[in-house]
Design a binder for this molecule. Structure first.
Ligand code: FES
Length: 121
């Protein structure tokens, strides 16, 4: 799935807040850190706690149960006991709405063209 999906009005996610939403069978955590938007899986990879019940610490989310910390931009584990990263999703705001794509992983880099396999413009 590669289209941008509107999730909620941008006004519903002011800086310093998080929201949990369900999209296409995925539990999503949206976070706004000083105006930068992040979208990750909504459940901790340790024992599936709802991360929206945790708290933000800089550009990281801390799980409410055993306090694993995940980088919002990459999903990387910054502090355990979790060992597996969070899924992250591309997210942006447009016309007052927050949109995400449900593709897996970080932004997919553009593929090199056949004319220039090195990917130079
Ligand atoms: S459930 Fe999140 S750290 Fe254990």
């Amino acid at each position: 799935m590669n289209e941008w999906i509107p999730l909620c009005p941008a006004d519903d996610l002011p800086p310093g807040t998080m929201r949990a939403l369900q999209v296409g069978g995925h539990a999503i955590l949206l976070a706004n850190v000083d105006g930068t938007l992040y979208a990750t899986a909504g459940s901790c990879t340790h024992e599936q706690a709802d991360l929206v019940d945790g708290y933000l610490e800089g550009a990281a989310v801390v799980c409410p149960i055993h306090f694993s910390m995940f980088a919002l931009a990459t999903g990387a584990v910054l502090d355990g006991p979790a060992t597996l990263p969070l899924q992250v999703y591309p997210v942006r705001a447009e016309n007052g709405w927050i949109l995400i794509r449900l593709e897996t992983g970080p932004e997919t880099p553009s593929r090199p063209s056949a004319a220039d396999p090195a990917g130079n413009p």
